[in-house]
Ligand binder design. Structure first.
Ligand code: UD1
Ligand code: CA
Length: 491
């Protein structure tokens, strides 16, 4: 096979998107549109494609990897002009060149492979990709003579009524002998309507030359042909790619209960027998182990790694968080920048306060810890293995809870005598018998039991079962005011 270069056209303004963001940076399932074209080139074995940038080049360039050769098309004077801009980095006229448009992200790798294979097999000068669309509007139409030979491509703006009725369209990508392409581009004239140099105008020029051969590979799945020029087309493309991603997970043994309301980005891995419940959003780069249950209404953001047998329930948001096997995070929780060890139970309403307005800080939760409902963990903070936080407690910054420690209240303080095991572990919070400050939404409960001038009170956020270990742990004894003080208070 002769050498094959690739040029990706991405300089256009994308006016119809009505956006400040360059068109090729609009995201499709977690990655910019242009990444799909770069993938196609890579899958065709071209590691160093030439990308033509222009409009918004400063924004696009930093998103590209170092291997990619970037050329700038100073004025966006058409797709043919963009190819000419790439001429200087092509390194001569030998071999063939694959041209891809950065705005046709739905093309499959197999389609591009077929195009390249048939180009070389048939010894063609230029090979196109075509599709038959029920509604061909907006696309270049492929012109053929009586014997079916391709004679050119006419753009919609230039087409007459009969040509507009043609349903065979140009999808965009083509493979062409480099020398023939550059020679043809040197002789074609800018279009009459838009004054742009159309790449597609080289086809009629080549067709008129002696001994040239032009062919088109027709694609069967017409959705692949979609070019993204507007937000409507972008939404359609996102729908198609999302469905492909879901199909791949279903094929791999993942249950997705309601594909219509599930969104999984590109680059997510999910183990077998995991069940994804409805209305769940899983963003780019997340990994989930086997036999997990995720959702409904869960949002897993970037940097999340979940091991096997984990349950992530409704209204849970996770970001940059590592979760070990058998952890349960079942209800209304936000964990950011956290590391959660095996067998931890995270109670309903737990929040990591990971951002102090300037920087993000980590939270570590040790093996088997039990985080009570409505706990706030102010990062950076560590909860030791087997430790317990009482419902509604606020564990303050750097007041780490030792292994098997029990903390309650606001701010959370350790309970003396409630360390399951007193070890040399240092307690960073003071061990006092002070009454914890009153927290809003916490109802003091006066128990009937009175003994020698003392009342026993307990504080609780919800209604703990009296018999539970935790509620007993949360009881406090306070001295009843003296008779004189009570009299004073009545006055
Ligand atoms: C183009 C084709 C049309 C085809 C359709 C398929 C031409 C003239 N027309 O039309 O036959 O049916 O795609 O989707 O090629 N670009 C540049 N520099 C420019 C202009 C465009 O790099 O000066 C890039 C754009 O960023 C884009 C691609 O080329 O990625 C296509 O340009 P666009 O303006 O979208 O062409 P269409 O009108 O869609
Ligand atoms: Ca287009």
């Amino acid at each position: 096979m002769r050498t094959l270069h690739a040029i990706i056209l991405a300089a256009g303004e994308g006016t119809r998107m009505k956006s400040d963001l360059p068109k090729v940076l609009h995201s499709i399932c977690g990655r910019p549109m242009i990444a799909y074209a770069i993938d196609l080139a890579a899958m065709a074995g071209i590691k160093q494609p030439i990308v033509v940038l222009g409009h918004g080049a400063d924004a696009v360039k930093p998103t590209l990897s170092k291997e990619i050769k970037v050329v700038i098309q100073v004025k966006q004077a058409g797709t043919g002009d963009a190819v000419l801009a790439a001429k200087k980095v092509l390194g001569g006229v030998s071999g063939d060149v694959l041209i891809l448009y950065a705005d046709t992200p739905l093309l499959r790798r197999t389609t591009i492979q077929k195009l390249i294979e048939s180009h070389f097999k048939t010894g063609s000068t230029c090979s196109l990709l075509s599709a038959h669309l029920a509604d061909p509007s907006g696309y270049g139409r492929i012109l053929r003579n009586e014997t079916g030979q391709i004679t050119g491509i006419v753009e919609e703006a230039e087409a007459n009524a009969a040509q507009r009725a043609i349903r065979e369209i140009n999808i965009g990508p083509l493979v062409c002998r480099t020398q023939a392409l550059l020679e043809a581009l040197a002789s074609v004239k800018p279009s009459t309507s838009k004054k742009e140099l159309y790449l597609t105008n080289v086809i009629s020029h080549l067709a008129r030359q002696e001994g040239t051969k032009i062919q088109a590979t027709r694609i069967e799945e017409v959705s692949e042909a979609l070019g993204i020029n507007s937000r409507t087309e972008l939404a359609r493309a996102i729908g198609v790619i999302r469905q492909r991603i879901l199909d791949a997970h279903l094929h791999n043994g993942v249950t997705i209960e309601d594909p219509k309301t599930t969104s999984i980005d590109y680059g997510v891995t999910i183990g077998t027998d995991t069940v994804i419940h409805p209305c769940t959003v899983i963003e780019r780069g997340v990994s989930i182990g086997k036999r997990c249950s995720i959702g409904p209404f869960a949002r897993l953001r970037s940097g999340v790694a979940i091991a096997d047998d984990v349950r992530v329930g409704n209204f849970v948001e996770l970001v940059r968080t590592k979760i070990a096997p058998r952890v349960r995070v079942n209800h209304m929780t936000y964990l950011g920048d956290a590391t959660v060890d095996e067998d931890v139970n995270i109670g309903a309403g737990t929040i990591t306060a990971n951002y102090d307005g300037q920087a993000k800080h980590p939270t570590q939760i040790g093996k088997g810890a039990f985080i009570g409902s409505d706990t706030v963990l102010i990062a950076p903070v560590k909860i030791g293995a087997g430790a317990v936080t009482g419902a509604g407690s606020v564990v303050t910054k750097a007041h780490d809870v030792p292994a098997k420690g029990v903390v309650v209240g606001v701010p959370a303080r350790p309970l003396d005598g409630h360390l399951r095991e007193k070890t040399a572990a240092t307690l960073t919070a003071p061990l006092t018998r002070e009454r914890p400050k009153r927290v809003r939404n916490t109802t003091p409960v006066r128990l009937k039991k009175k003994a020698r001038g003392r009342v026993v009170t307990a504080r609780r956020a919800a209604r703990p079962r009296r018999s539970s270990k935790l509620s007993r742990a949360m009881k406090r004894t306070v001295r009843r005011p003296t008779a004189r003080k009570r009299q004073k208070a009545r006055r």
